[in-house]
Write a protein that binds this ligand. Structure first.
Ligand SMILES: Cc1ncc(COP(=O)(O)O)c(C=O)c1O
Length: 389
């Protein structure tokens, strides 16, 4: 049997896979088992920020794997200390908790918020989240999720209330004496690459401060250089109390992190929370090497410039196209909203050798490796243009 048949036979059926099998990858290119070459504008869903085979990434793995991979949190290790220091500097927050995924980082943020508020006279702490949000697949994260991901999984943990993204009045209407936290993606990724408005985030910050509510930014997808700043919130001049990230943090190696202000993080005392693999030496070593590379000003400047080139190419070449409703994005986090379903267009692009994703039904999403070149960007845009013509 072939890979495809074996996978379908033994794997749970919860993924809708493309029909190809990838056997090699280099730079921003993937190669399938028939030798066909693809430009990867998906990057493992906003994960593979350094592309494939990048020496910084590969050497960090080799070097740490030859020492030790996992020890547990019984010990101090250099990779953990280096990554925690760098992430606190980059996020302007004080403390880090390491885990293995975005959903776990958000679970940690929910627990930290509740524990903090329990000690601050809100023992029945409720959280506000936004329509079209995506925070992960655990039950608490699904309590803040979209209906299409929740079917059949009830009951969910109580205490999560839905507001409308970019509508501060909808937030204010939900606030009650128990409201303790607001979860927000500065750029909604799975929700269709929708950007928060600066005035909205400023109002959100103000509302949180006035009501003793913690502001949590989910930067699982928007963080780690994706938008041309290390964290997307830097574009808006609004700082969170807690920030979560994952995806691009390890550039393909699984790692998640939650960061918080000291005054909040101090309630996470011995035994309150934990993770066996969280802070694993190999993951932290890779995360440190990747974050050091991506946070270089020249690297981030390149993401910014290439993102602008991507959007201007799209605007230029799709101008007046009746199938296109809106082109939006920031850095290399780009969505093209269509007036029709995005799925068939995505499959058509795959045929033409470009990999992207279809999200929120009618949005083509581009989240390529951050090392994508201008030339590759133009090929991606040309492929979309020819599929829409
Ligand atoms: C904004 C955001 N938060 C959380 C998650 C969940 O991350 P993970 O799949 O690593 O659990 C995702 C995944 O797409 C995401 O985009």
């Amino acid at each position: 049997m072939k890979t495809k048949e074996i996978t379908n036979l033994y794997h749970t059926g919860n993924y809708d896979r493309l029909s190809i099998e990838i056997v090699e990858a280099k730079g921003c290119r993937l190669f399938d088992s028939d030798g066909k070459e693809y430009i990867d504008a998906l990057g493992g869903i906003a994960v593979n920020s350094l592309g494939y085979g990048h020496p910084v990434y590969v050497n960090a793995i080799k070097e740490q794997a030859s020492r030790f991979i996992h020890l547990s949190n019984y010990f101090y290790t250099k990779p953990q200390s280096q990554l925690s220091e760098l992430l606190c500097t980059l996020s302007n927050l004080d403390k880090v908790f390491f885990c293995n995924s975005g959903a776990e980082a958000n679970e940690a943020a929910i627990k930290l918020t509740r524990l903090y508020q329990a000690k601050n006279n809100k023992p029945e702490c409720e959280l506000i989240f936004f329509e079209n949000a995506f925070h992960g697949r655990t039950l608490a994260n699904l309590a803040m999720g979209q209906d299409k991901h929740r079917q059949g999984f009830a009951p969910f943990p109580p205490g999560f209330n839905k507001a409308i993204f970019n509508d501060i009045n909808s937030v204010k209407e939900l606030i009650n004496k128990n409201t303790g936290g607001i979860f927000c993606e500065p750029v909604q990724g799975e929700g269709g690459v929708s950007l928060a408005r600066k005035e909205f985030l400023l109002e959100l910050r103000k509302t949180c401060d006035e009501n003793n509510i913690l502001l949590i930014f989910d930067e699982v997808q928007s963080g780690n250089g994706r938008t041309g700043k290390y964290f997307a919130y830097e574009h808006f001049g609004v700082s969170p109390d807690i920030l979560t990230t994952a995806k691009g943090l390890g550039a393909g190696f699984p790692i998640g992190a939650m960061m918080a202000k000291e005054s909040i993080a101090q309630v996470f005392t011995h035994g309150t929370h934990g993770s066996t693999f969280g802070g694993n030496a190999l993951a932290c070593s890779v995360g440190f090497a990747v974050a050091k590379e991506i946070s270089r000003p020249e690297f981030l400047q390149n993401v910014k410039e290439n993102g602008e080139h991507f959007i201007s190419q799209l605007n230029e070449k799709l101008k007046g196209n009746p199938k296109v409703k809106e082109i939006r994005g920031i850095g290399l986090f780009i969505g093209v909203e269509l007036n029709e379903g995005a799925g068939p267009v995505m499959l058509n692009m795959l045929e033409k050798g470009v990999i992207c994703s279809a999200t929120a039904q009618n949005v083509i999403r581009f989240v390529p490796p951050l090392i994508i070149t201008k030339n590759e960007i133009e090929q991606v845009v040309d492929s979309l243009v020819s599929c829409l013509n």
